[in-house]
Design a protein around this ligand. Sequence first.
Ligand code: UD1
Ligand code: CA
Length: 530
Amino acid sequence: MTSSTPKSPLAAIVLAAGKGTRMRSSRAKVLHELLGRPLVCYPVELARALGADPVVAVLGHQHEAVEATLLARFGAGAVGVVEQTEQRGTGHAVLLAMPALARMADGMVLILYGDVPLLRRETLEELVGTARRYGCLALVTATPPDATGYGRILRDERGHVISVVEQKDASPEERAINEINAGIYCGPADFFREATLGLGTGNAQGEYYLTDVVARAARSIGVSAIEAAFEDVCGINDRQQLAAAEATLRGRINRALQAHVTFRDPASAVVEPDVEVGVDAELGRNVSLRGRTKIGHGARIDDGCVLTNTEVGAGAHLKPYTIATDSVIGPGAIIGPFAHMRPGTRLGPDVHLGNFVETKKTVIGRGSKANHLSYLGDTTIGEKVNVGAGTITCNYDGYKKYSTVIEDGAFIGSDTQLIAPVRVGKRAVIGAGTTVTRDVPDGSLALSRVAQVERPGYADKVAERYAGPGNGASRRPIVAAKPAVAAKPAVVARPAAAAAPVARAAKPAKRLPAKASSKAKARKPSPRAR
Ligand code: UD1
Ligand code: CA
């Protein structure tokens, strides 16, 4: 690999036409996700990382959906697609892909499987390097605890690989071999072109076996085996293997991050492969970082947070169970617990969002706060704004969405409704309980509260209406009786005895006479009571 001669071009073929019957799924196997990324994207990603160009995928089952997935992830033209309408074997799949590599006559071809996602880059670098150096066919082998189902590697007495025999074609002695063919190869393009043309179907499965090229290479250009850990090369055939692979990859990612990130519990944190986490960040239990999430240095992500495609600034603190999707959280922000940032949320530095605050398409400037129970949608908030508890932007009239603007330094009182479209000017003050229906000029107070009235004696009047004159008293004490009942239930049951023992108790003494006398009907309810 360290040679100074220019590297020959590299092309990659990703075999992904199979149905994946054992997944028992209506979705093609290679579209199932492993840590948030469709299986087929793993080998393509690796091939591109090694500089392969072109990368050609052989697709069959649900080829349109698979192609759309590749397009969405890698962009137009990045991955060539060849359709294999009938799965006639791995050799047939490679044969079909060869014309797509026509423009590279003298290069190397890397063959990968769409359902083998855990291959390591280093293994492939060694594979490609070996094939380049010797101009041979290089293949990956492994030694699993149980080799059943795999092609076995046959070596001669000197240990040179001479061929691969499939399980179904193998003799009992060959089945006893535990070195398996991983199905990953690299060799000269010319060799694959010729060798795949010469394949036949004279085998137990009546398929074109790609493995037959190994014996041909052993007789011509030579074969070199790269041994890998079985865990790295095992394919995904069913949902148990998918779950096991996810656990393996999760462990790998978390272990690598532990070089500079503190995990409270690396076994429960889920960090997807495209996530970036800065130095000294701290991740709590059951944290889930998905998609293209980026965590700034020194940020603290507490237990149970779920962040998807979200950028968290340096030193920000996300308290437990904060949820964010397609959002940006500024440095030093303090968020949660239980805050919900929906797509299009952009929080400036040092913003505070507290419990049960939901944002959507909302920009909040430096140092602004919304600490309790709010919905802020389609809203632009300036700097140093205080959004009181229970503030709601009413952004939707059942047909369209409208925006709210709150300028720097404004104070929004608790339980305010902002009926969008509406603007609250700089340093304006909204009184608690206000429904803001018109723009509020800079520095003004807006108040839409209904004036408060008091009606003395109201409670007694209502009680008498329902229970009749004099009987009203029997309803009144229900309120007063509660604390006494809680404190001394036995005493309440016998009103005559109530006054003495409870009067000695220091705390309930004040309330008790009212209760005791009313129970005893000693005097009429006082009209002073409200
Ligand atoms: C193949 C190898 C076997 C090896 C094993 C490793 C052959 C003949 N056998 O076995 O030696 O131990 O892989 O997993 O190559 N595919 C197509 N078109 C086809 C057939 C397969 O695209 O016509 C794709 C599948 O979608 C899959 C890959 O090729 O991604 C491997 O196919 P699979 O059927 O799993 O190979 P095996 O026969 O199990
Ligand atoms: Ca397989």
